[in-house]
Design a protein around this ligand. Structure first.
Ligand code: AMP
Length: 396
């Protein structure tokens, strides 16, 4: 893997694709700077070498139009604050103005280009747009894991204009290494926990990880399709009736791969999908009519805990209960505690993709696991076994 550590950027202008698609409030203030903080090590390394940095990113979905609310001028202060130095800004990303600003940049300085998606050509992967961007820098660095699954001009196409000076940034490298650590070089036993609402959105992931893992814990809404397929009574719990035979098929494939599958054995059930609903704990195969399972019960939590404490590598994707409602968050909290405990015992734990990342941040588990992925869709596609265009473009 060719990373920025393989190059000395002295007197070079590094064109760095970052993912500063940050959340903002009504006044357009940045409300979560995680994505900016995440690329700091890459920028620092280039500047320390004696190079300069030209940052390019998208923000929101302006769809090829110049719209003030999506201008990167609104995030420039936060970028400066995080990076601890002045960040220059140019209100274009290609053309004369951008080229002049790039040419004037001195070693040690940082320039932020205007929103790439003010041009339709970015998302279309337009080659001449990519070429115009490429004129701004001597080297290309991709540190935008969050958009690495897109074949856009700045994330993939541009790489061809830097045949020998294209590199992964340190964040990209960390993300790719974390996935490898689970799926390719993970210390055994390896346990994957898949939760969330639907089986249908996780099938490709399940099929891709079966050859790599030893244990598969299935929880959350998607577990009920399996329980029903195994003859359980699930009341009005979430279910995909058209996926019952697929669930049986998955269990068969797991057996072929010698993967032990752990389904919940009990559930916290409720009379309606509401935090204030009446609730009780029951055997997951005997949920009364009119009741729905919204969280894992104590026996399930204990069993998952036993499996996790005996694991050396852990992958977690998807909550095992409706954690957004406080009365149904305890199962996912217990799972977070078990993963944290296993990590303290020396296991490598990766949390990736969507709602489990939101959970980990909201409930403060970020420091208690080994790695929290910064890219939702990109992480899911990696777990599905797809080669990301942004990764392929550098490896090629
Ligand atoms: P996903 O986006 O497929 O990973 O699903 C995440 C969502 O699954 C979260 O919003 C959870 O509230 C939801 N979820 C987890 N467990 C259940 C359940 N037992 N019933 C319904 N939804 C659930």
């Amino acid at each position: 893997m060719k990373t920025i550590n393989d190059f000395n950027f002295r007197d070079k202008k590094a064109l760095v694709r970052v993912d500063f698609n940050v959340p903002q409030d009504d006044q357009l203030n940045v409300t979560d700077n995680t994505r900016i903080v995440a690329v700091k090590p890459t920028i620092e390394k280039i500047l320390k070498d004696g190079g300069s940095v030209i940052l390019m990113t998208h923000l929101g979905r302006p769809k090829g139009e110049i719209k003030d609310e999506f201008s990167l001028k609104h995030i420039i202060n936060e970028v400066s604050n995080v990076l601890g130095q002045e960040v220059k800004f140019v209100e274009e990303c290609i053309g004369e103005k951008a080229e002049q600003a790039g040419a004037a940049l001195q070693p040690g300085e940082i320039l932020l280009l205007e929103n790439l998606r003010f041009h339709n050509e970015e998302e279309k992967g337009d080659e001449s747009f990519a070429e115009q961007l490429s004129k701004l820098g001597d080297a290309y660095v991709n540190d935008a894991f969050g958009t690495a699954h897109r074949a856009h001009a700045s994330t993939a196409v541009i790489a061809k204009f830097f045949p020998s000076t294209k590199f992964f940034g340190l964040l990209m490298a960390k993300e790719l290494q974390a996935i490898d650590k689970v799926l390719k070089s993970g210390e055994k036993p390896i346990t994957a926990i898949l939760g969330g609402s639907k089986v249908s959105t996780k099938i490709t992931i399940i099929e891709n990880i079966l050859p790599a893992v030893d244990n598969l814990i299935i929880g959350g809404g998607m577990a009920f399709t399996f329980i029903k397929a195994l003859g359980g009574k699930i009341g009005s719990s979430l279910v995909e009736d058209d996926k019952l035979s697929l669930a049986v098929e998955i269990l068969g494939k797991a057996k072929e791969h010698n993967v032990k599958v752990y389904l919940p054995s009990d559930a916290i059930i409720a009379e309606s999908f509401s935090n204030d609903a009446d609730r009780k704990e029951v055997d997951i195969y005997a949920i009364p009519e009119g009741w729905m399972g919204l969280d894992a019960g104590q026996k399930s939590r204990d069993q998952f805990n036993d499996v996790l404490l005996n694991s050396r590598t852990i992958l977690w994707n998807g909550p095992i209960g409706v954690f957004e409602m406080s009365n149904f968050a305890a199962g996912t909290v217990a799972l977070g505690d078990s993963i944290a405990a296993a990590t303290r015992l020396g296991a490598f734990s990766l949390v990736g993709g969507g709602d489990s990342v939101a959970f980990v941040k909201q409930f403060g588990y970020g420091e208690k696991v080994s790695y929290v992925s910064t890219g939702g869709g990109a992480m899911l596609e990696s777990l599905e076994g797809l080669e990301l265009p942004g990764v392929a473009a550098i490896n090629k």
